[in-house]
Design a protein around this ligand. Sequence first.
Ligand code: NDP
Length: 329
Amino acid sequence: VRHWTRPNAFKAQVNENDFKLVEEDLSEDLQQGEVLLESVYLSVDPYMRIYGDPIGEHKTMFGEACLKVIKTRNGEFPLGTLVLANSGWSTHYLSKDGKDLRSIPYDLGSLSPSLSLGVLGWSGLTAYFGLRILEPKAGEICVVNGAAGAVGSLVGQLAKQKGLTVIGFAGSDEKCNWLTNDLKFDYAFNYKKISLEDAFKKAAPKGVDVFFDNVGGDFFHEMVTKHMATHGRVSICGSISNYNDTEKHKFPQINMDILMRQLTIRGFTVYSFAKEFDTAFNDMVPLVKKGELICKETVFEDFDKMPVAFVGLFNGANTGKAVVKASSY
Ligand code: NDP
């Protein structure tokens, strides 16, 4: 088994040298109940930058993967079964009793199993529930940043389907063209080139009703203090612009701005909706199968690319969901 470890604490800007590839033997002599799996697709996600855990050369980076059973002494998991597990950045994984393995909770049909890590996994669930708590209504104006990413690209599409005017912000002209041409966003702005002030003069001069925030930091601050409409709602999904910070941003007077505009700003975690995941999948699986939800992926071929794929999240290398393909299925 090969696995990526993180021997030292991250310094400010994460980079590929923060990780070390370690190779170890894994016994193929299985005990009753054990399942040996090989990673097929592995997910890289921004949260991996801010969680502390793996330090030391034998501590594997954590993370979700879609794996196939390659050897089994557990009747519940026959050879070839695809499952999900929090098995980390590893080529292989040994489950002692299968309790840490999760079946894919819907029929993938001819869809790629990688989607179980993206649109039909945590990214999709995050977009679905994070948008729902905003109580979006047809005719309202929705802003999403990180708009060409895994979560953001779905938020915008789901909001369009609900009849909102959708304004996306992303980090390149190419991503913005994809958002307006393919995903049918009403507006997409390259935040590296245009100020929010100028963007909203054109796209939302009367203010924004719902704001799904993936980026945080200055973007969040400026949205809340200048561009939200009265009774606007904000969903704080993430704060990727801060994940590499050494010192937290400060938001002077932000409480007064929130109070005066009577905004609802609600933090949430996707896990708190666990009881409703089935509802989300019932809604979204048919949309994906019919091609009504476009779910682009940036696939990095080869397990060795884990750090490259991960670091890419912080310089915009991915469009849609970033995944690593480690083996075939
Ligand atoms: P993405 O696929 O969107 O990948 C990250 C993207 O963020 C990059 O492609 C880049 O796009 C953009 N980005 C990186 N750095 C910056 C920056 N400094 N300023 C602005 N944009 C930046 O990741 P996900 O869709 O997986 O995650 C999106 C957000 O959702 C993250 O903040 C994540 O932590 C959060 N999240 C929260 C969950 C929850 O339960 N609350 C669950 C899952 C995710 P660009 O080219 O546009 O700059």
